[in-house]
Ligand binder design. Structure first.
Ligand SMILES: Nc1ncnc2c1ncn2[C@@H]1O[C@H](COP(=O)(O)OP(=O)(O)OP(=O)(O)O)[C@@H](O)[C@H]1O
Ligand SMILES: [Mg+2]
Length: 243
């Protein structure tokens, strides 16, 4: 664990200045994550979940404390180095999908590979492989406006996994999905976690997501109040909710 850990935060603190006040979004958070984790941050709105994911994803910087991600100290990276880390090693999945509307499904998933300079023929193969994972290979030429919400989120997953990142950060990925689509995308993510060893860290309120977690970290007012590990495997077949 010590040597192959993916993430270590030490007294991670984020302070936002709001005029006269200082708002502590994270207070001395000490957490570590190893490879292959399927973990979630839960807790009330405003407890710091998104702030934590953004800092670990090098989209934001800590005010105090240390954050190591894949052997790099986030607080010491230049903009360019942070962009490089994200581009190569981190996939993001957001509540609102963030697909590019004028591009096709294929082009949306291809985009991270263009940034990485992957040659066209290899891109084609890897994009199609990622689309097969999310069962959308037959929709490669559609545009996001022609897809359902659940299908759009599956495209966003394909875009996050196409570069086979070590780490995927997912902020409320099921917030815009119905129960059936939520279970579908969670089962895809569990399979990626099991078969490719991709580490997932979620921020979520959704009980459906929480039911799949192997580790649940509770944040309250920017502090970790609970860190629970579940030994039983996530439910992969069937569920007790009506679609
Ligand atoms: N850019 C910002 N400027 C000022 N305050 C901010 C900023 N971003 C977040 N905050 C504050 O930091 C705190 C933590 O916000 P954060 O978005 O991390 O919460 P969250 O746990 O993700 O909540 P939610 O469940 O509603 O998504 C909140 O009080 C929020 O208002
Ligand atoms: Mg949030």
């Amino acid at each position: 664990m010590e040597n192959n850990r993916l993430i270590l935060t030490q007294k991670l603190t984020k302070i936002y200045s709001m005029g006269q006040h200082q708002l502590y979004a994270l207070k001395e958070v000490d957490l570590s994550f190893g490879p292959g984790e399927f973990a979630g941050l839960v807790g009330p709105s405003g407890s710091g979940k998104t702030t934590f994911l953004n800092i670990v994803g090098s989209l934001d910087i800590p005010s105090k404390g240390k954050v190591e991600v894949l052997g790099r100290q986030i607080e010491t990276l230049s903009h360019k180095q942070a962009a490089e880390l994200r581009k190569r090693h981190i996939g993001f999945i957001f509540q609102t999908f963030n697909l590019l509307p004028v591009y096709t499904v294929f082009e949306n998933v291809e985009f991270p590979l263009i940034l990485l300079g992957v040659p066209a023929s290899e891109r084609r193969q890897r994009v199609m492989e990622a689309l097969e994972w999310v069962k959308l290979a037959d929709r490669a030429n559609s545009r996001p406006s022609q897809l359902s919400g659940g299908e759009c989120q599956r495209v966003a997953i394909a875009r996050a996994i196409v570069k086979k990142p070590a780490l995927i950060l997912a902020d409320e990925p099921t917030a815009n999905l119905d129960a059936q689509n939520s279970h579908n995308i969670l089962q895809i993510m569990v399979r990626l976690n099991q078969e490719l060893g991709t580490t997932f860290i979620f921020a979520t309120h959704d009980e459906k997501v929480i039911g799949y977690l192997k580790r649940k970290i509770t944040l309250v007012d920017g502090k970790v109040t609970k860190d629970e590990i579940f030994s039983s495997p996530p439910v992969m077949e069937g569920h007790h909710e009506s679609p």
